[in-house]
Design a protein around this ligand. Sequence first.
Ligand SMILES: NC(=O)c1ccc[n+]([C@@H]2O[C@H](COP(=O)([O-])OP(=O)(O)OC[C@H]3O[C@@H](n4cnc5c(N)ncnc54)[C@H](O)[C@@H]3O)[C@@H](O)[C@H]2O)c1
Length: 248
Amino acid sequence: MQDLKDRVATVTGGCSGIGRAICVELAKCGCDIAVIDIASGPPADSLAQEIRDFGCQAFLYQADVANFQKAQECPMAVMRELGRVDFLINNAGVHSDAAIWKMTEEQWDRVIDVNLKGAFNYTRAFAPIMRERRSGCIINITSVNAFRGKFGLTNYSASKTGMIGLTKTTAREMGKYNVRVNAVAPGYVQTSMMEKFPPEYREQALAESVLNRLGLPEDVAHLVCFLCSEKARHITGDIIKIDGGQYL
Ligand SMILES: NC(=O)c1ccc[n+]([C@@H]2O[C@H](COP(=O)([O-])OP(=O)(O)OC[C@H]3O[C@@H](n4cnc5c(N)ncnc54)[C@H](O)[C@@H]3O)[C@@H](O)[C@H]2O)c1
């Protein structure tokens, strides 16, 4: 387990699935956590309790990551509540699938606004403070579908490929300020997002995996904890696939 004691992580889309596992694993490593999510109520409250059970502080910030202004106000709120800013995990994401000849403008805009603009909004908000402190780590959760075409996912794939450009360019800009920026590209991970897909999707992912297993949210969370740690100090601008060999 990585030692991230007394560090502060901000995790978007933290209330469920991969984001929730990232919050819990970072808390196990000693991090205080700012959870940014559009959701509120019982899922957020139970997560905050789980974080506190590890002896860490939790701060819930309800926001739609697509809202630029709300994102710009976030770092100051995190500073006020938790005292510092160390890690930003851009995890919030949605999908809204249709073949290109049926996709509506609303479907395209919403997926780009949440997945890609949301990551920009929070990177833009946190970059100045990390740059000033000469320290920080940003991790963008993209997808193996950034690298390949999958039927019905033009908006989703475009948003996830865009996150790769965001990652590489930000890493180049922020490197001299000792801020590392990486992306993690999961294959199929068993979360509520995937429950909305037809069962064939899951079966195909299992057949594609050379390890003959499907990813769990904790698998992604362990990689995120490593990337946040000092042990990953020489890794920046990289896109690390975590997919059980699903996309080889
Ligand atoms: N599950 C997978 O197989 C898989 C694979 C590759 C990449 N990903 C990516 O991992 C990330 C997490 O996916 P997941 O499967 O855990 O999804 P999920 O649906 O289980 O959780 C997403 C979380 O994001 C929050 N959220 C959604 N829209 C938001 C918004 N506009 N503002 C703030 N919060 C918002 C939701 O409330 C929820 O808590 C996403 O970016 C997704 O694209 C998932």
